[in-house]
Design a protein around this ligand. Structure first.
Ligand SMILES: [Zn+2]
Length: 319
């Protein structure tokens, strides 16, 4: 039983209509996954940014949009992650990134995925001082809506982790309402518990009163993914600018070839930087080296006895 005298309060005054997307009637579309390169046929684009899941790597539209922005930011073109060059001079950080992209990013960059509850551990409200200013890019996808505490601190931390010229790729559910909807405003300490199989949260306000919240929203199951807020686009822009980013872009660049088709102006991916992102000169050198190596392999293949025999007989790859 909850302590007597507690006030019941619902944190969810409206449903997620504002962040549900693309209610088109289902039609089958083909696309190439820009993470694993798999050719897909999908009909569930109407399920929004978590829909149109790749049949091989299980990437959603949201994850593919993150990689699309990353590709365009680094290379000024939209290429699949599986075709990225290896650029070990680029240092990157994930904030609880999905393993769908984390395992592949590790293959191409000096990338570390971090977590709040496990190693490698990083609290986005208090990153270690020796981590600041170290990263060329940071990915933070669908995390900040779950962060308890002063959210301004999390935005400042994201900015402080980046090198000058570094960039942030951010996704959060957001709507076009005028201000962010904080579910637990004024609460200092929040504990999630279960009563009769129903999750509740008990919080202590700044003036010492207890409040009970019984209409909690969890993302991808219950546990550590309690939703604390629904951002507004206006507030997101303001938070990013106030934390030090000078260039904030709400990215609505669809790419049907990669199964990225936005049906809403809500919850779009965001790019934030201190200016146009620049590849470090060492990375450009690696890029050229990688290209040269691929060209060398291509030329070597052309000289292959089996390839030449295949060409003579009218089959095999055209190199
Ligand atoms: Zn895939």
């Amino acid at each position: 039983m909850p302590p007597s005298g507690l006030r019941r309060k619902s944190p969810r005054p409206f449903l997620h209509a504002a962040i549900s997307h693309n209610l088109e009637t289902a039609d089958v579309r083909r696309f190439i996954c820009n993470i694993c390169g798999f050719g897909n046929t999908a009909s569930n684009f109407g399920e929004g940014r978590e829909g149109a899941v790749c049949g091989r790597c299980h990437s959603s539209q949201r994850l593919r949009s993150v990689i699309s922005i990353l590709s365009r930011s680094l290379f000024q073109c939209d290429i699949p992650l599986c075709h990225f060059p290896r650029l070990q001079s680029i240092r990157a950080l994930g904030i609880s990134d999905s393993p769908v992209i984390a395992s592949r990013l590790e293959e191409h960059f000096r990338y570390t995925n971090t977590f709040y509850h496990q190693q490698p551990q990083l609290d986005i409200l208090a990153p270690p001082p020796d981590e600041l200013g170290r990263y060329d890019f940071v990915i933070c996808s669908d995390v900040l809506e779950h962060v308890a505490g002063p959210i301004e601190e999390a935005f400042r931390s994201l900015h402080s982790l980046l090198k000058p010229g570094g960039f942030l790729i951010l996704t959060v559910p957001f709507g076009i309402q005028s201000t962010t909807l904080e579910h637990f405003a004024g609460i200092q300490a929040l504990t999630v518990s279960t009563v009769d199989g129903h999750p509740i949260a008990i919080g202590k306000s700044v003036d010492g009163r207890y409040e009970v919240f019984d209409d909690l929203v969890f993302h991808l199951g219950e546990g550590a993914t309690l939703e604390h807020r629904i951002f507004s686009e206006n507030d997101l822009r303001q938070l990013l600018l106030e934390s030090g980013f000078s260039n904030v872009v709400i990215d609505n660049t669809s790419n049907a070839d990669f199964g990225i088709e936005y049906g809403s102006e809500c919850s779009l991916p965001i790019f934030a930087s201190n200016g146009p992102p620049l590849l470090p000169s060492a990375s450009l050198s690696e890029l050229v080296t990688d290209y040269a190596e691929q060209k060398r392999k291509m030329l070597a293949s052309r000289q292959s006895l089996w390839v030449r025999l295949g060409r003579t007989l009218g089959f095999g790859p055209r190199l």
